[in-house]
Design a protein around this ligand. Structure first.
Ligand SMILES: N[C@@H](CCC(=O)N[C@@H](CS)C(=O)NCC(=O)O)C(=O)O
Length: 201
């Protein structure tokens, strides 16, 4: 079945996860790549905080990059990017997605806010080093796992790698991946994929 899909995003932002999933799935979509929409009433009609990514699928809004990617893969199960509900693979997808967002990505986002996003008066510099330590504790878990397998679910590339890979690459870009050779090799594998949307800088 064909779907009418419009993604609201900005190049390498978390919307890149959704773009990558759409490309891997071969689903047709339009993209509104306009950073000036962040915070606007137009975007707030789709995302209550007017952030990206947000997506319209067949006239229905959805936000949160991991939720969007998961749902897109459910729309095209024959592409094999996600296990079916109730499967061990699906449980592991939920596990790694929750882990990377709560135990790692939140700390990076906090650091970006407290080093450049917030006005100086609102920044709490003391939080930056402990946040980095928390991120690295999560990265160690993935480094150990990815020393044993090329990708997170059953040794095959899946949407879980799209979601986790984005966070790991953000950690690399912020200088937090020293001493994790398996994560460095994992990112190289992800960058080799034709549809990879991760920021190479
Ligand atoms: N947890 C959300 C994060 C969304 C988010 O913070 N997006 C950023 C761009 S990557 C944004 O729109 N920031 C604008 C702001 O925080 O005002 C997701 O994964 O979709």
């Amino acid at each position: 079945m064909d779907h009418q899909i419009t993604l609201y995003g900005v190049d390498f932002a978390r919307s890149a996860r959704c773009r990558w999933a759409l490309l891997e799935l071969g689903l047709a979509f339009d993209e509104i790549a306009d950073g000036s929409l962040i915070g606007s009433d137009e975007l707030r009609a789709i995302h209550p905080q007017a952030k990206v990514p947000a997506i319209m699928i067949d006239g229905e809004p959805l936000f949160e990059s991991a939720a969007i990617c998961t749902h897109l893969c459910d729309l095209a199960p024959e592409k094999g990017l996600i296990g079916p509900a109730g499967s061990r693979e699906r449980a592991l997808h939920a596990q790694w997605t929750s882990f990377v967002l709560t135990e790692m990505e939140g700390y990076l986002w906090s650091n970006v806010k407290h080093t450049k996003f917030y006005p100086e008066a609102k920044r709490v510099p003391e939080i930056v080093a402990p946040n980095a330590k928390e991120f690295r504790a999560g990265a160690k878990v993935f480094d150990d796992v990815l020393g044993e397998t090329p990708f997170l679910i059953g040794g095959q590339f899946s949407v879980t790698d799209i979601i986790v890979g984005w966070t790991v690459n953000w950690g690399r870009r912020l200088g937090h991946l020293d001493g994790f050779p398996h994560l460095a090799a994992y990112l190289e594998r992800l960058f080799e994929r034709d549809h990879c949307t991760l920021n190479p800088e």
